[in-house]
Design a protein around this ligand. Structure first.
Ligand code: SAM
Ligand code: SF4
Ligand code: FES
Length: 351
């Protein structure tokens, strides 16, 4: 490792931050040595706070209908080749039942921005999950909604909200989204979620079209300033029915490097080893955990709809059932000396 990389890593470790220029260099000039050093620091921090526990979140992909047209996503409204579905209230509740039986204590309700799921529809579903499973957390990942809606869902019992910022660079945001989508609105939503009292997750794709080390440095600066409770990062993977079909996927290597950087910056952050990471590399999720991640989010959606929630090509776990994914992840975590735990796994807020 060259002297400057060593200095940068020391500074990151001591101050939990770097300038945009420094982050850019750290990423651009990374080597297997600097990656290894960061990984050691990240794992030490994660062990200090979370030991060898890996939290599991049961993902319920309850609608693939979306009004938006994000250029990277297979669910975008322009994808006419996709058969759309919505789970009924009963189906959502039975996914949660099954998840509870399998030891999940967090349910993540994720979907496209589907106008059918108004507050009037969602509030009773969230209430019912919280009534039946009072020891569980509910995480929402439903995209942009009004402040009043975020508040209504929070008051119904939702605990956490995942809304990736996607990129902290305005011009880059415009490359990834159609003109009617707004960088400022995305940022405002994140601020509102925090004000309301949710545990909030932001995040971005690694290797998204047009992304350079400079944009990644801005993402890291944003994360340092926003101080999310959770941070979802995974490689971009092309989908054949989108304008980015020919763009190569992001790498597991860079994703793992960034997971380590984020863990060193925010030692207590809840950091998933994502399904996308498991898609670009057969041991991607294990590599993610070994780089500082501490959460995995297996799928609880009914088998019959899994293939239709295809954000990107070749998504893993679309032919499996919930119990199989649960067992598979247990084995994978054990194989690297970690263990999945049945716990809500709330964010620890360190100062
Ligand atoms: N509609 C909600 C939203 O956008 O926040 C929740 C569901 S959306 C599918 C969840 C995340 O999937 C997005 O934030 C995006 O980062 C990720 N995603 C979408 N398309 C992807 C792709 N082609 N490769 C990797 N991740 C992708
Ligand atoms: Fe819709 Fe989310 Fe996909 Fe964008 S990323 S098209 S909002 S599902
Ligand atoms: Fe779904 Fe391995 S986690 S099959």
């Amino acid at each position: 490792m060259n002297v400057s990389a060593e200095d940068l890593i020391r500074k990151l470790w001591e101050t939990r931050s770097l300038s945009e220029e420094e982050f850019t260099r750290l990423i651009r000039e990374r080597t297997p040595d600097s990656a290894r050093r960061l990984q050691e620091l990240a794992v030490a921090e994660r062990k200090r706070i979370y030991g060898s526990d890996v939290y599991i979140r049961g993902l319920i992909e309850f609608t693939n209908v979306c009004r938006n047209d994000c250029l990277y996503c297979g669910l975008r409204r322009s994808n006419a080749a996709l058969a759309r579905y919505r789970l009924s209230r009963e189906e959502i509740l039975s996914c949660a039942e099954e998840g509870y039986r399998l030891g999940f204590r967090t349910f993540v309700l994720q979907g496209g921005e589907d106008g059918f799921f108004t507050d009037g529809v969602l509030v009773p579903i969230i209430r019912e999950i919280k009534t039946r499973f009072p020891d569980c957390a509910v995480t929402l990942s439903l995209g942009e909604r009004s402040r009043d809606s975020y508040r209504a869902l929070f008051e119904a019992g939702a605990d956490r909200y995942l809304l990736r910022h996607e990129t902290a660079d305005r011009a880059h945001y415009a490359q990834l989204h159609p003109p009617e989508m707004s960088f400022d609105r995305r940022m405002r939503c994140l601020a509102e979620l925090k004000e309301i009292g949710y545990q909030v997750g932001c995040g971005f794709m690694v290797g998204s079209p047009g992304q350079t080390e400079r944009e990644l440095a801005k993402d890291l600066r944003f994360i340092g300033a926003f101080r999310p409770d959770m941070c979802g990062i995974g490689p971009f993977i092309p989908h054949r029915e989108t304008p980015f079909r020919a763009v190569p996927a992001g790498s597991a290597e860079l994703t793992c490097f960034l997971l380590s950087v984020i863990r060193v910056m925010l030692p207590a952050v809840l950091l998933p080893a994502t399904t996308a990471l498991g898609t670009v590399h057969p041991r991607g999720r294990e590599m993610g955990i070994l780089s500082g991640a501490n959460v995995v989010m297996p799928n609880l959606s009914p088998g019959r709809v899994r293939k239709q929630y295809e954000l990107y090509d070749n998504k893993i776990c679309t032919g499996e059932e919930s119990a199989q994914c649960r067992g598979c992840l247990d084995m994978r975590m054990e194989s690297i000396g970690y263990r999945t735990v049945t716990a809500r796994g709330d964010a620890v807020r360190e100062e």
